[in-house]
Ligand binder design. Structure first.
Ligand code: SAH
Length: 218
């Protein structure tokens, strides 16, 4: 976007994240550079769109800080063409960044608040990410019709990871989630070829809680 007034701010943000080691992969940096975060936040928040902090997006929800989006992309180590499920569409920003890496038609996102889902879908459409699929529902059920996925990530915190989500990850795939109640940790679950799982912990985080769904936990 040649006439994007926020371009230099965005560039500075990405450079800072790279310096801080929070945006290690080139494809993560390219994706962060490509997506206009200011288009995803409410008008009165635009001037803060390239500060590295979470911002309110309405309905009591927040868009994650840019470094968190970048770190999550780095950890999932996504490749072009991989199929990704996001739980918690929010304003659609994180989905757009993921779409820059894997391709919009490979991104599926579930949002429990109908109004947020509708607004995110409209916004994604108008910004060139029309092929990202958004649906309203309880994310703890995943998206069975589109499974299996190469990767699943949650942008809301869960006290324990729903088994259904693990089951929708292909062998060799991975799932990334903030796990915990008030104190949360970012957990990367790798699903091994035999269906067993292994976990890596990636430090303390703070996400909005996942609204309660039913179903067994992993
Ligand atoms: N990725 C988003 C961040 C949104 S914040 C972005 O870039 O803006 C977390 C989102 O998770 C909120 O929109 C919230 O409504 C949603 N959420 C909470 N519980 C959920 C559930 N059970 N299923 C799906 N989405 C849920």
């Amino acid at each position: 976007m040649a006439d994007d007034p926020y371009r230099s701010q965005r560039e500075r943000l990405v450079e800072r994240l790279q310096r801080e080691g929070r945006c290690a992969h080139d494809r993560t940096a390219a994706a962060m550079r490509a997506v206009p975060r200011h288009e995803f936040v409410p008008e009165d928040q635009r001037s803060s769109a390239y500060d590295d902090r979470p911002l309110p997006i309405g309905q009591g929800q927040t868009i994650s800080a840019p470094h968190m989006v970048a770190m999550m992309l780095d950890l999932l180590d996504l490749e072009v063409g991989e199929r990704v499920l996001e739980i918690g569409t929010g304003c659609g920003y994180h989905a757009a960044v993921t779409a820059e890496v894997v391709g919009p038609e490979h991104v599926y996102s579930v949002e429990v608040v109908p109004e947020l889902a509708r607004e995110a879908q409209d916004r994604l459409r108008s910004l060139g990410y029309a092929d990202v699929s958004v649906r309203v529902g309880d994310g703890s059920a995943g998206w069975a019709e589109q499974a299996p996925f190469d990767a699943v990530y949650l942008t809301c915190a869960t006290e324990s990871i729903p088994s259904t989500l693990i089951e929708q990850v292909r062998p060799g795939g991975r799932l990334l989630a903030p796990v915990g109640d008030r104190v949360q940790e970012l957990v990367l679950v790798r699903v091994n070829a035999d269906g067993s799982t292994s976990r890596e912990r990636h430090g303390g985080v703070r996400f909005v809680p996942m609204r309660d769904g039913s179903g067994p936990r992993h």
